[in-house]
Ligand binder design. Structure first.
Ligand SMILES: *[C@@H]1O[C@H](CO)[C@@H](O)[C@H](O)[C@H]1NC(C)=O
Ligand SMILES: *[C@@H]1O[C@H](CO)[C@@H](O)[C@H](O)[C@H]1NC(C)=O
Ligand SMILES: *[C@@H]1O[C@H](CO)[C@@H](O)[C@H](O)[C@H]1NC(C)=O
Ligand SMILES: *[C@@H]1O[C@H](CO)[C@@H](O)[C@H](O)[C@H]1NC(C)=O
Length: 495
């Protein structure tokens, strides 16, 4: 398939969630697909046009990988996709590895991001491996639950270890070259864990917005959303008006014919029926605010906490009308399917499809390893209490067919959580980003060679993009600091 078409499809999947089967949109927000942590690193529309030329010189390559790195009796292999950008490489510089996470890897992973600018300065070789099970790196014939047992961070890190060796040989990388891993969000976790588990293979790791301390009930998420809304002009009023709207919707739902009334107000099709539909709907409403907060100012000024509150605070209309307007803007005025059954059906689809954003796979990872459920448990947010943690857990059972709780304790035990025993890692977070609540923020003693950086006003993985006109003014100086640490390390300063 033509590359442009492929990317366009991805783009549509990620940002519009068109439900072609029904000719209706599915809910704007899928907590585990769009927001959980699907970040937009590989989104070419965020790249400057000057990178299009570079992109045209790079293409996907494939290599043979083991299905199970930890069972030598299992000889099965699969084809894994990777990218190399050797346009800046001088044959002796460092190697920069961009670790991929829960989505298809696009050509944007090795072009156009801030670390590529740095790679140019230090003549680095840039490589990137697609995460197993995502994009076109199919591991098994389909995504049936029993086939997903090899979808773990342990296997993904081992993939990167083998890949690192493969690149070292293929490109005759000198022993003296330093290896640096990068990643954001889940892949930021992987970047840090790669250094923690394979210190012989990677010398330095940069982890942006990495939620390394997974929790099942991630109630803090909405608290950070509220705090972010409060930072806007008239923030308190904005939060109050959201709270009023939530209350009005909940009151309407309790009236005779309330389900129908609310469904009409919000252009829902089919009409709300069950409690699960209502939970899914209420979470979707919050979802518009969650998405625009998590990616505050990454795509432009129109997608920001300030833009949301500007609409919420417009006294020409009552708060519920403003709230509906925000919803309609996000849905582009189309009918929306928020039924629980449709959502479960979508995630229950086991077909391998390289244009898919990987919702089922990531959902599986949350159900088994990470949790990260953005529940309504806390009182410190204005979105009501109709999507509690039970609602999240139930979805794991309904999608994968067995009851379990994510084993976040093992994930923390395995990698050290907030207190890993490691060196040469830099943890970067933004205080607008809800995910920073699960990241490493506290400064470490200088002797530990672990750096932390909390960027004021920064959204999720905002430090990874090349700053643009509307980028908060705190980002570029933070990137200077990051590059200073990195280049000092590469130049053996203070070692
Ligand atoms: C507030 O809403 C009114 C009526 O829809 C509109 O004319 C006006 O431009 C809005 N103000 C702002 C600041 O958006
Ligand atoms: C006020 O409500 C009207 C009717 O729904 C809408 O056209 C208009 O854009 C709204 N304005 C604001 C600022 O919410
Ligand atoms: C499952 O996904 C595949 C590939 O995305 C699609 O072609 C198929 O129609 C889906 N099946 C159902 C039942 O929705
Ligand atoms: C995980 O650890 C927490 C805190 O130590 C503990 O309360 C909880 O019971 C553990 N969960 C499981 C499933 O072992």
């Amino acid at each position: 398939m033509n590359r442009t078409i492929l990317l366009l499809l991805l783009f549509l999947c990620i940002f519009s969630n068109i439900n072609s089967a029904h000719g209706r949109r599915s809910a704007s927000f899928r907590p585990h697909r769009d927001l959980s942590i699907y970040h937009q690193l590989s989104d070419e529309k965020l790249l400057p046009s000057s990178d299009q030329e570079l992109i045209s010189k790079i293409d996907y390559e494939w290599f043979t990988q083991s299905v199970d790195h930890f069972d030598s009796a299992n000889q099965k292999k699969f084809q894994q996709r990777y990218l190399v950008n050797d346009h800046f490489w001088d044959g002796k510089g460092p190697v920069f590895m961009m670790i991929n996470g829960e989505g298809p890897m696009s050509l944007g992973a090795v072009t156009g991001l801030q670390y590529v600018v740095w790679a140019k300065e230090v003549h680095a070789l840039i490589v990137s491996l697609e995460h197993r099970y995502y994009g076109a790196s199919f591991v098994t014939d389909n995504l049936a639950t029993e086939n997903l047992i090899y979808l773990t961070p342990q296997q993904a890190l081992a993939d990167n270890a083998v890949f690192r060796d493969f690149i070292a040989n293929t490109y005759s990388v000198p022993q003296t070259s330093k290896w640096v891993s990068f990643g954001g969000s889940y892949s930021g976790c992987l970047s840090s864990w790669f250094r923690i588990k394979y210190p012989n293979l990677v010398d330095y790791a940069i982890a942006s917005s990495a939620p390394v301390n997974p929790v099942i009930d991630f109630y803090q998420y909405l608290e950070v959303v509220q705090n972010a809304l409060l930072t806007t002009s008239n923030g308190q009023q904005c939060v109050d008006r959201i709270k009023q709207s939530t209350q009005k919707i909940q009151d309407l739902l309790k009236q005779p014919n309330g389900l129908k009334t609310v469904s009409e107000l919000f252009s829902l099709d089919p009409v709300l029926k069950t409690d699960d539909d209502i939970s899914n709907f209420m979470q979707s409403l919050a979802g518009t605010f969650m998405g625009d907060t998590q990616y505050n100012l990454i795509e432009g000024p129109f997608k920001s906490v300030e833009a949301l509150c500007l609409i919420m605070n417009n006294y020409s209309n009552d708060s519920l009308t403003n709230y509906i307007q925000i919803w309609n803007n996000a849905q582009k005025g189309e009918l929306v399917d928020v039924s629980y059954q449709s959502m479960i059906q979508e995630y229950a689809n086991i077909t391998n499809d390289d244009t898919n954003v990987g919702g089922r796979q990531w959902f599986f990872q949350t159900c088994t390893q990470f949790g990260y459920y953005q529940s309504s448990t806390s009182n410190n947010h204005p979105f009501g209490h109709l999507f509690e943690i039970d609602f999240q857990i139930k979805q794991c059972t309904d999608i994968f067919g067995f009851a379990f709780l994510p084993n976040v304790n093992w994930t923390i035990l395995e990698y050290g959580g907030l207190d890993p025993s490691a060196s040469n890692i830099m943890y970067i977070n933004g205080d607008i980003d809800p995910w920073h609540a699960l990241g490493i923020l506290d400064p470490k003693p200088a002797s530990s060679s672990i750096q932390t950086l909390l960027i004021h006003g920064a959204a999720h993985t905002a430090d990874m993009y090349i700053p643009r006109l509307f980028t908060p003014s705190t980002i570029a100086p933070a990137q200077k600091i990051i590059f200073k640490y990195l280049s000092d390390f590469l130049n053996n300063v203070n070692q």
